[in-house]
Design a protein around this ligand. Structure first.
Ligand code: FAD
Length: 447
């Protein structure tokens, strides 16, 4: 490849979205990824015992992930997902009561109103109080903005209580939603990002709230197709290529990688907050100001996934919510992938309390919770189990965390992408892809 116009460091969703958007606009791009495969925090790994390709954790997209679906359409994989027609979520309460929240295909806010009114898990009083949050989030009518005043300084829990939400309603509805979206306990995460998520999710129509589950492992959904798409157009993705940015004065001049220097006038650093300080040789370029100390001071929040394989089907649905448990969601990968037996993936978001447990203890906890909720699983034979810990799955959204950075930096030619960049969204695929698209747009604007 001749000298690149742009080097992208990091081949997660953000880096690959940025790279494909730039290639689409005619740029020659070199993507450098430190790990042996692209994918970053949304990647596939091989399970030694079963030979199956597993995701490093179950990922769910939502109907409102506009930039993500644009990216998948660009690389030719938008059909490799199962998409619900409108939101439908079954939950099993700790006492065993099963119910389904279903949003009918009506315009907002009628879909939320009708869905909540029909949800038999809630009392009338609870149904009415859900609508208080609905009104605060969507604006009562087209002329009212969502109520975000002071929301960055209070936790999700305090905000919900302040909007009249009773403890049972919080446990049954808001906590699982917030944990899934923010990956942090509701008593820790700030409310502003949650309000943004709710206003996008329960925004104009029911389709935007629908859950979208990858129908293939994550490497087949985007990482390898994006690499192939980029390379078919004369640009390049190099793996096992840990990069360091070269800055002269206040301008980027290229990167050092595997003992080689590659010149480029523009570099996009699409790495996670904790990796950002490591892509500069010390001392850090003064033009970056306090960017690197802010990145280093940002806390992380873990996710734990336990995979359980049974000798027969134990669930008929793609996913079920288990409110009030350590593992808040159970997915049946076999239902998604169309296989006869059951491979359950149990997800614990905001998992700081259990991430230090050993594999055996994690599997025991997950098995206990799933057997309690699903009698068919308790009656089946567990044939294999594994646990995956992602200690730095997402950045912390707690009040008082360092401010998130923008796309531009103080170093000319150096842009940032990655879910940590301030898109207003939590650490999600959509946040990562939006940040990548923003970096590509900023570069294209400059010409
Ligand atoms: C277990 C788990 C479950 C999740 N579930 C969901 C979900 O259901 N829905 C959702 O929307 N989001 C989910 N997320 C969040 C989502 O995965 C992330 O927000 C997204 O993948 C972040 O992408 P990124 O490109 O910003 O960063 P990353 O994926 O972290 O990519 C950064 C890349 O940079 C590379 N890198 C770092 N330093 C260097 C260097 N010096 N040189 C070269 N390369 C370097 C890294 O190896 C990495 O590949 C989940 C995350 C985890 C961990």
């Amino acid at each position: 490849m001749t000298a690149p116009d742009v080097i992208v460091i990091g081949a997660g969703f953000a880096g690959l979205a940025a790279a494909t958007a730039l290639v689409e606009r005619g740029a020659r791009v070199l993507v450098l990824e430190a790990r042996p495969v692209p994918g970053g925090r949304a990647s596939a790994v091989r399970d030694a015992a079963t030979g199956e390709t597993l995701d490093n954790g179950q990922h769910v997209l939502m109907g409102c992930y506009d930039d993500t679906f644009r990216f998948l359409a660009r690389i030719g994989t938008p059909d490799r997902v199962h998409r619900q027609a409108g939101l439908a979520v079954t939950t099993i309460e700790r006492g065993g009561r099963r119910s389904t929240l279903r949003l009918p295909p009506l315009p907002a806010p009628l879909h939320l109103l009708a869905g909540v009114l029909a949800w038999d898990a809630l009392s009338w009083r609870e149904k009415v109080s859900v609508m208080r949050v609905g009104a605060a989030v969507t604006g009562r009518d087209r002329h009212t903005l969502p109520d975000r005043s002071g929301a960055a300084a209070v936790t999700v829990y305090d905000w919900l209580v302040g909007h009249g939400q009773a403890p049972r309603l919080i446990e049954l509805l808001w906590e699982p939603l917030a944990l899934a979206a923010l990956n942090q306990p509701i008593g820790v995460a700030a409310a502003d990002t949650f309000i943004e998520v709710l206003s996008r999710t329960f925004g104009p129509d029911a389709e935007r709230a629908s859950l979208v589950v990858p129908a293939v492992p994550l490497d087949e959904l985007y990482a390898e197709p994006a690499r192939a798409w980029i390379e078919a157009r004369g640009s390049q993705v190099r793996t096992q290529a840990r990069a360091r940015v070269r800055v002269e004065g206040d301008r980027v001049v290229g990167v050092d990688v595997r003992g080689e220097t590659v010149d480029a006038p523009v570099v996009v650093a699409a790495v996670a907050w904790h990796a950002l300080p490591g892509i500069f040789a010390p001392p850090a370029p003064p033009a970056l100001g306090d960017l690197l100390p802010r990145a280093a001071a940002t806390d992380s929040s873990p996710i734990v996934t336990v995979n359980l394989w049974y000798d027969r089907p134990v669930l008929d649905e793609m996913l079920v919510g288990l409110p009030g448990r350590a593992f808040q969601w159970v997915f049946d990968k076999s239902v998604v992938f169309g296989r006869g037996t059951s491979h359950l993936s149990l997800v614990s978001s905001g998992a700081a309390d259990i991430v230090a447990l050993g594999n055996e203890a994690l599997v025991e906890r997950a098995t206990r919770e799933v057997h309690d909720a699903l009698p068919r699983a308790a009656a089946a034979r567990l044939v294999h189990a594994s646990a995956v810990r992602e200690r730095r799955a997402t950045f912390s959204l707690a009040p008082g965390q360092p401010a998130r950075p923008g796309t531009e930096t103080g170093v000319k030619g150096l842009l940032l992408a990655g879910d940590w960049v301030d898109t207003g969204l939590p650490a999600t695929i959509e946040g990562a892809v939006v940040s990548g698209h923003r970096a590509a747009a900023a570069i294209t604007r400059r010409g």
